[in-house]
Design a protein around this ligand. Structure first.
Ligand code: GLN
Length: 281
């Protein structure tokens, strides 16, 4: 079979498995299996697919049919201007989270600051913030923390591969962050209500780590603990920027108000839903 035929077969298989975006996924998996760019795939459309590449592709399709997320099959996910390594032990970086990083960049002063990325997962937030600032000639002190050993390992790998000189520390929230203060805290903590996890897509509920999703009973557990701990760790006029669930703005705002934060505002995502909260100390 040639590339075009193999691709069409992949699309048909993923469509009949009920996968949304079957076309895109089938194409990206073929590119990965055959190590081809999008353009190269077009050029080779009528070339015969080598046996081992075809086999690799079919193995990928089999996984995707089981609803394993594309990014766990390819082992990578694009985020901001970078590609992050991912595996099933860490949350897949989401496009929505780029809004958080964009707002962090917009709200950061022109001089060097210290930043904490709380619950770092792949490290996508802290690492891309560091790299984007470095491109502007600013060398911030960025610390990433996570409770999971796997997340720490993936973040370390990503920081090495992407050349980001950041500190990565295993810590249960602030447990290992002692006597340090920050100008900015960035966090996309677990924020799904425990009872809602079972309603999520199979890709999410069956394959992404619940540790990275579950915000306990009301989904607000981590916001509360992070905000309370910020009192003594955020410098005056420091900023906190959270990603939130689309129905959590009022509740998170309430927690910020209770802890004397000011200038609290929300940024919407491309679907018009509340997505990022910004506040100042
Ligand atoms: N900070 C990582 C991300 O945004 C992981 C977040 C998490 O594990 N809840 O992708």
């Amino acid at each position: 079979m040639n590339y075009r035929e193999v691709l069409n077969m992949g699309i048909a298989r993923l469509e009949s498995a009920g996968i949304e975006g079957a076309k895109v996924d089938a194409k990206l998996l073929l590119q990965k299996a055959a190590d081809l760019s999008s353009t190269e795939l077009v050029i080779k459309a009528y070339d015969e697919v080598e046996k081992e590449k075809e086999e690799a592709y079919f193995a990928f399709l089999k996984k995707r049919e089981k609803r394993i997320p594309l990014q766990y099959i390819t082992g990578e996910a694009p985020f901001m201007n970078y590609v992050f390594k991912t595996n099933e032990k860490v949350l897949i970086p989401r496009f929505d989270t780029e809004i958080l990083v964009d707002n962090a960049l917009k709200n950061a002063p022109d001089q060097k600051i210290s930043v904490l990325d709380m619950c770092c997962g792949t490290g996508c937030i802290g690492i891309s913030f560091f790299l984007e600032r470095k491109r502007k000639g600013i060398s911030d002190s960025v610390t990433l923390v996570d409770i999971s050993d796997d997340a720490i390992a993936v973040s370390k790998e990503n920081s090495k591969l992407l050349g980001a000189d950041v500190n990565i520390v295993k810590s249960d929230l602030y447990s290992e962050i002692k006597n340090e203060s920050f100008d900015m805290l960035l966090s996309n903590p677990p924020y799904i209500k425990s009872s809602e996890i079972e309603t999520l897509l199979p890709e999410v509920k069956d394959y992404e780590p619940h540790l990275a999703l579950d915000g306990k009973e009301n989904g607000l557990y981590f916001y509360k603990r992070i905000i309370e701990g910020l009192k003594e760790r955020l410098n005056d006029n420091g900023k906190v920027i959270f990603e939130i669930g689309c129905d959590q703005y009022e509740a998170v705002k309430g927690l910020l108000v209770d802890n004397s934060f000011r200038n609290i505002r929300v940024v919407k995502d491309l679907s018009g839903l509340d997505r990022v909260v910004i506040a100042e100390k």
